[in-house]
Design a protein around this ligand. Sequence first.
Ligand code: UD1
Length: 370
Amino acid sequence: MKPQRISCVVGARPNFMKVAPVYLALRDRGLQVRLVHTGQHYDAKMSAVFFDDLGMPRPDAFLGVGSGSHAAQTAKIMTLFEQDCLQFQPELVLVAGDVNSTIACALVASKLGAAVGHIEAGLRSGDWAMPEEINRVLTDHASDLLLTPSPDADVNLAADGIAPWRIHFVGNCMIDSLRKHLARALEIGAWREHGLQPKEYAVATLHRPSNVDDPAQLAALLAGLGEVSAQLPVVFPVHPRTSARIAASGLAVPPGLQLVEPLGYLQFLGIMAQAAVVATDSGGMQEETTALGVPCLTLRANTERPITITEGTNTLLGTDPALLGPAVAEVLAGRGKGGRVPDRWDGRAAQRIADVVCAGFETLLERSTP
Ligand code: UD1
């Protein structure tokens, strides 16, 4: 038995590329799928452009929650998503990743008695100071279907006591989007607009509160990126949180560091694919660089995506920005990290999710019945 009505939730930028292939795969199987956008991210460059780039239809519902404190934002999403669920009556709600929209909607759906599927389940940084870690753990425990991107996630879920029959190692949906759109992104060649040559520039992104909210750490990071820009041009698409912090700090931007507005999916994918090296604190970019074979230097103390280190091109640099310049010099000297693409990061993760949803739903309902 297939679920009659499914709601797919998106809210913040990293959700769009994970949910798009799943939404399209479910729709292709003739299921009634509703796309709900919470509005956690609302700037055109943080949201609308991704719908066009990823070939997603306009959302069926836009909740328009906007920014706020964690409690205010989460509460607003919950209140509005509950109304949406009461109208549409989904039997299954699919949420993705680890943002506030993820936990908010998982909690609402599970209290209303809908089944919850978590895309990108089981990741753990072990760092409870990250809001995303709280969101990951709680969403996994509110979920009925745990759809994992890598075997380490299955191990984490088993350690949390989650029943094995709920866990499905489906692979990485974000890489489905990457594979589908890479050729087009390279054709567009957005690096040219920024005066860059393939494999002769670095890409930087920073947006974690732990990096950008502390003025001293932000100053050290800009200085570290300055060291990099003395070696090769650096393009830095700036998240709104980060641009606000840079503006408030009054810090000078080092020459050679090219600050640009947030980029659309196809533009950014092309720029990342042709970079010599990437420096980031993003979760998704650790995975995308591994799939692209581009060395990635991660400016964090930990990662919830260890497979990008054990199998991929990612190096966990830590939080000291002074390490950035020497690490980039190593990459440019030809000693950057190589890697291989992990199992099931093959562009078919969304099809596996559709298989689980179509075949596994009856079992899920049976097993969930007390
Ligand atoms: C959120 C996620 C984070 C993810 C990131 C990707 C949570 C807890 N965090 O962080 O895991 O990596 O998205 O971008 O869900 N803003 C705008 N326009 C927008 C969106 C945000 O100006 O469209 C500004 C607002 O000032 C807002 C701030 O950015 O207060 C932070 O936005 P928010 O959604 O709270 O968290 P992110 O830092 O984007």
